[in-house]
Design a protein around this ligand. Structure first.
Ligand code: DGJ
Length: 729
């Protein structure tokens, strides 16, 4: 059993293979956090609740209750009653006051994990996961608050979420409802987070945690380019292989907060949930609310172990697509090749040349519908532009398939252009505040997905096209962030629900899509990588990582993304040079080697690129076929990082059974007179002999992991190499 309850001491113990999480109940029934860290075999540690530190304990002496509440390590702190750290739950009652206090009532422990209605969430069989639900209540409000903990033993992951049920007679209003809290002693923590902008998503950032609150958040209606729903607290000595890491990631694609705070008592509170700004949820008697899920992992072997736990967890328990471990077709996307300027002829010319070089699927990107010849019209008018696609859409698909290729298509279903038939007919379908002109972004508005008729319309537009021809792949894009939050259909007191209702509407649409088209390969995208989060992974096995396809920029972007997400999910393409975003020219081979650490594909006009580059494509496609299985399923190790100002950027993917490993090295900036660089490998069988493919060189596993391997001949800027080590035993 991975979840135990010690009735005598009123403690819960949640075990994974390498970690233990302990919860204790105080005499009054407060649910307190006792311990999270390396696995413990016994039941101890309750003293960490510090209940004996009287006179502050309410059961002993009520005179300093606020001091107690501001100090006690709470599993789910509530606001308005004297815990001045960040609260997770703010409830306003009918008379307008905010205040709630919850106490333990009962608990259940069961095998498996229930689904979270309407939300993406981790799943697992009865043998893989167990769930503890601690049921608490605020008797005055009649509010039941259930704290769920699902323990994924093998992956060292615990997922958490909260459900609220109004069992009372009053109308309640949730003004904040986070998903998880972790109160701990400070260990000189540093906070690691992922931040950036369009075309430079998820750069790794690490700073010392200081007194006060430090947060990553989004109030943009999506998980965003700028700040990512992930934080980790790490001890100062933490590297890839050493040190302690407490990490949280959020299974949600909208507004979020991920915050750590050092308190006056040098303790730390880490929280994660839907951002409280412009959030409310009305709970009438009998109604309930479910928060999204937070994913937690702990590692005492550094960041590498954290990444591998997340990767295994997302692959096994979040991604549902049949493509999870299936080889994805090598695609060519026409966006960077043509932008909006294409027609059937151009697309077929690209497809023909692509096919000759081993590429397996053509993806038609933005610009095929309505009157769209630039980004300022037609979103919402999902009828094929027959001036561009002469002979019609099914004909184009037929021609592409006749070449022996699959066909994929781009949509942006959540949007509406002011210049569209749809907007002229239904201006109120756009999110906007009544009486105020809504702001455009990329010349578009956002559809009000809280409305069923709007979702039905947008869904049907996509489904109708998919039903009209054999389409294997959809790129679901979203090119602006939300603002001017107002819905024509929500009551004034429910307008604050719009952000969350929008995300629920999006999830409902994607659920319909993958249910009606179970074999569809869906790739989510948001102006590059603004919605790269575990919520999206529940619907699509891959997500477009960034509009920046420059191989050197991609090293940082993919390193940050790979810190949390499996390589199999990272949308990565080879594009033309000079790169359209940073104007850099890199070797075609390096562009290929970097894209191999993702889904792999092309995004260029294959009819126009230099002959020497084109000649490399069949070889690259062959490498993809050779390594895609390993990259999809293997263990990822970051060996050296350009982000850390090392000239060599280097990572390894090792088969789980140690049978082979692929090492990718990119020499970002040549360093004069460095003849060789030693790297240490991981995940190999110590005593087995590994041959370096294509050479006579052979090494013992322990030799490669302890003495290392010498990388030579990499003195030129941007030059890269793949090294494949194969076990001979
Ligand atoms: C943003 C995406 O990230 C691009 O790949 C492309 O699909 C454009 N949108 C199209 O508008």
């Amino acid at each position: 059993m991975s979840i135990l309850y010690d009735e005598q001491n009123r403690m819960f113990k949640l075990d994974t293979v390498h970690t233990t999480y302990m919860i204790g109940l105080s005499e009054e029934g407060y649910v307190g956090h006792v311990y999270y860290g390396r696995r413990l075999e016994g039941f101890w540690g309750k003293y960490l609740l510090r209940m004996q530190e009287t006179p502050f304990t309410p059961a002993v002496n009520k005179r300093e209750k606020n001091s107690f509440l501001d100090y006690f390590p709470m599993e789910y702190p509530t606001g308005g009653i004297g815990d001045y750290r960040e609260s997770c739950l703010n409830v306003r009652n009918e008379r307008g006051s905010v205040g709630s206090e919850i106490f333990y009532e009962s608990h259940t422990i069961r095998k498996g994990k229930p689904v979270l209605a309407g939300l993406p969430a981790a799943f697992g069989g009865e043998e893989e996961v167990q769930t503890l639900v601690i049921i608490c209540a605020d008797a005055l409000l009649g509010l039941k608050v259930s704290l769920s903990y699902s323990v994924f033993e093998k992956e060292d992951v615990i997922t958490r979420s909260i459900s609220m049920q109004n069992d009372g007679a009053e109308r309640l209003r949730l003004e904040k409802a986070y998903s998880a809290c972790l109160d701990m002693d400070n260990q000189e923590f540093e906070m690691l987070s992922l931040c950036g902008s369009w075309a430079r998503e998820r750069y790794i950032q690490r700073n010392k945690l200081c007194p006060g609150r430090q947060l990553m958040s989004s109030v943009k209606g999506e998980s965003s380019h700028q700040e990512h729903p992930f934080i980790a607290l790490v001890t100062p000595e933490t590297t890839q292989e050493t040190g302690e890491v407490y990490a949280m990631n959020f299974v949600y694609s909208g507004n979020f907060i991920a915050q750590a705070e050092i308190t006056q008592f040098d303790r730390v509170r880490m929280v994660m949930g839907i951002h409280g700004e412009d959030f409310c949820w009305n709970l009438a008697p009998g109604e309930s609310f479910q928060t999204p899920e937070a994913v937690m992992t702990y590692s005492d072997c550094g960041l590498g172990k954290m990444s591998r736990s997340f990767h295994d967890f997302y692959r096994e328990h979040m991604i549902r697509s049949p493509y999870k471990y299936r080889k994805r077709p090598v695609l060519i996307n026409n966006w960077e090749a043509t932008y909006f300027d294409f027609d059937t002829e151009k697309l077929l010319a690209i497809a023909k040349e692509a096919k000759k070089n081993g590429i397996e699927m053509l993806v038609m990107d933005d610009g095929w519908f309505g009157k769209r010849s630039w980004d300022d019209s037609s979103l919402g008018d999902w009828t094929v532009n027959e001036e561009k696609l002469k002979g019609g859409f099914p004909n184009l698909v037929k021609q592409v398939r006749k070449l022996g290729m699959e066909f994929g298509i781009w949509f942006e279903p959540e949007m509406i252009s002011p210049d569209s038939e749809l907007y002229r007919k239904h201006p109120d379908w756009a999110i906007q505040i009544a009486g105020r002109e809504a702001g455009q972004s990329r010349a578009q508005y956002v559809l009000d997905l809280s409305r069923k008729e709007v979702r039905d319309y947008a869904y049907e537009c996509v489904a109708k096209i998919l039903r009209s021809a054999p389409i294997s792949y959809v790129k679901w894009d979203m090119n602006r962030q939300l603002s001017d939050m107002g819905s024509a259909c929500l009551l004034p007191e429910a307008q604050g629900e719009l952000f969350h209702r929008y995300v629920l509407g999006l999830y409902e649409m994607q659920e319909r899509l993958v249910t009606e088209f179970p074999e569809l390969l869906l790739e989510n995208c948001s102006g590059g990588g603004a919605r790269f989060d575990p919520g999206m992974l529940y619907y699509s096995p891959q997500i477009w990582c960034s509009d920046d396809t420059d191989a050197i920029e991609r090293l940082r972007i993919q390193e940050g993304t790979g810190l949390v997400y499996p390589l199999s999910a990272i949308g990565a393409h080879v594009s033309d040079c000079p790169n359209h975003i940073v104007c850099r020219t890199t070797p075609f081979e390096t562009r290929g080697n970097v894209a191999l650490a993702g889904t792999f594909g092309y995004e260029l006009d294959i009819t126009k690129i230099p002959e020497a580059d084109r000649e490399l494509i069949p070889k690259q496609v062959e490498l993809y076929h050779k390594y895609s299985g390993l990259i999809q399923t293997g263990d990822y190790y970051r060996i050296s990082s350009w982000t850390d100002k090392k000239p060599l950027d280097c990572w390894e993917v090792a088969a789980k059974d140690g049978s082979h490993a692929l090492v990718t090295c990119v020499n970002v900036l040549g360093r004069p007179n460095v003849r060789s660089i030693r790297i240490r490998l991981h995940g190999l069988r110590a005593l087995s002999l590994y041959r370096l493919e294509g050479t006579e060189e052979a090494y013992r596993g322990e030799e490669l992991s302890s003495c290392g391997f010498l990388v030579r001949d990499l003195n030129e800027d941007f030059k890269s190499r793949l090294y494949h080590f194969i076990c001979e035993d």
